[in-house]
Write a protein that binds this ligand. Structure first.
Ligand SMILES: Cc1cc2nc3c(=O)[nH]c(=O)nc-3n(C[C@H](O)[C@H](O)[C@H](O)COP(=O)(O)OP(=O)(O)OC[C@H]3O[C@@H](n4cnc5c(N)ncnc54)[C@H](O)[C@@H]3O)c2cc1C
Length: 396
């Protein structure tokens, strides 16, 4: 929609059609930001993006900046609200406001929407593109912008079919993987923790090195872990092997401070058993798992029996609780697709294909994805507007 709006604003003498496979436009927007639409982030820069060549985003993010996004939506009525870590939301807290303003503006500009149009093939006749839908309907156009997203959350429209369309046009598509998604872990390490939420520092470790970290609420599930830091760090999982997660359950304290806290508890609670030792410090069920990890199998173990070595072991497990990553919850649950149509076959100044004149691509269909926190929608707006502007200018 942003591409179509920018095209219509740039050149009033062209007919613009949005072809959408679902029965209405922009369904995914309603689901973003837990229904609040985290539509951008004031910190967005090239460093927040991944792909074979993340520098591809540089020119586009400079041409259509975060400020441009804020102004674009503010002009259409969506007043911005900045929240933690630079995340931007509509002040009203409703994703529907973002979708409504885009739809109203598209309508005002005379942009036509053809819904229920599932494009399954694209061909060329002379200089025109012929797009055929599953139900046999056909559209002809001089310029074509592919903005069909990736494979993440297919129930919201993006079923990966645009990768196939791009392949038939001769474009290469890199390996695909789900990102911004829950992580599956070794379940024995989280047995009994299902439903527990803790505040912690999550780290990813590869070859004994921390490669990323984020702090926040971590939710334990029957398959692994979820929550904001998990989604955030899952951006680093695609195409990276041998990654282990580590949780620091008391990031505010050093190992020595935790040792002192534990020693104090041991001395004051020496009359009780391990079953009660963590109560009031950590979640009880988590405490039981930590006890097991340091070799205390029986919860009837007397607290008074915790020697120096055991206290240090407990402190170090609290600071560094290791979980083997076994995968992710897949495209069905992912917010974005890592990988996509190779950007090396596109001009970063226009988003036009280097292989086929008049063909453009933008957003998630390209081999670019961003961190969690408004960066992916910012990329969709920036690249969409650049593609729309370029395509419309080429028809002047
Ligand atoms: C649950 C969820 C929450 C998210 N929250 C946020 C957030 O708060 N902030 C953020 O920055 N990002 C968020 N994202 C990611 C963000 O929504 C996407 O990166 C962004 O929408 C991609 O934009 P796009 O225009 O490239 O593709 P999409 O938004 O996926 O739009 C593609 C459109 O093309 C249509 N289409 C696909 N194939 C065809 C076809 N063959 N024929 C016709 N039409 C087709 C689809 O139906 C869809 O409407 C979230 C994603 C999900 C799934």
């Amino acid at each position: 929609m942003a591409a179509a709006i920018e095209a219509a604003r740039t050149n009033a003498h062209i007919d613009i059609i949005i072809a959408e496979r679902l029965d209405r436009l922009g369904k995914k927007i309603l689901a973003t930001g837990n229904g609040r639409c985290n539509f951008s982030n004031i910190n967005a820069s090239v460093d927040n993006y991944y792909g074979n060549d993340s520098n591809f985003t540089a020119w586009c993010l400079k041409r259509f900046t975060v400020n441009d996004t804020v102004n674009f939506f503010n002009q259409l009525g969506v007043f911005p609200k900045e929240e933690e870590k630079g995340k931007l939301y509509p002040f009203s807290g409703q994703a529907s406001a973002v979708l409504d303003c885009l739809r109203n503006e598209a309508e005002r500009l005379g942009i036509k929407a053809v819904t229920g149009f599932h494009a399954v093939s694209v061909g060329r006749r002379k200089n025109a593109f012929i797009i055929e839908a599953k139900d046999g309907r056909v559209l002809y156009t001089d310029r074509l912008i592919i903005a069909g997203g990736g494979c993440a959350s297919p129930s919201l429209g993006s079923d990966g079919s645009c990768f196939e369309l791009m392949r038939t046009l001769g474009h290469r598509v890199s390996e695909l993987a789900p990102a911004l998604v829950q992580m599956k872990t070794d379940t024995s390490a989280i047995k009994g923790l299902r439903g527990i939420k803790v505040n912690g520092l999550l780290r990813l470790i590869q070859n004994d090195r921390y490669i990323a970290e984020d702090e926040g609420e971590i939710l334990f599930t029957d398959y692994g872990i979820s929550g904001p830091p998990v989604f955030q760090l899952s951006a680093r999982l695609p195409f990276n092997n041998n990654i282990t997660a580590s949780i620091d359950f008391m990031p505010e304290y050093s190992p020595k401070e935790i040792y002192d806290i534990l020693e104090y508890r041991r001395d004051n609670l020496s009359y009780t058993t391990m079953e009660n030792f963590f109560s009031g410090l950590l979640n009880k069920r988590l405490g039981n798992l930590i006890a097991r990890r340091v070799g205390i199998e029986k919860l009837s173990f007397n607290v008074g029996g915790l020697d120096k070595q055991l206290l240090w072991s407990i402190a170090s497990v609290i600071k560094d609780y290791r979980l083997e990553i076994k995968g992710t919850k897949g495209f069905e649950n992912a917010q974005v697709t890592a990988g996509g149509v190779l950007t090396s076959d596109f001009d970063d100044k226009t988003m036009e294909s280097r292989l086929i004149k008049g063909l453009y691509a933008c957003g998630e269909v390209l081999d670019i994805y961003g961190d969690c926190g408004g960066y992916n929608l910012q990329w969709a707006w920036s690249s969409g507007r650049l593609a729309g502007k370029s395509a419309a200018e080429a028809m002047m």
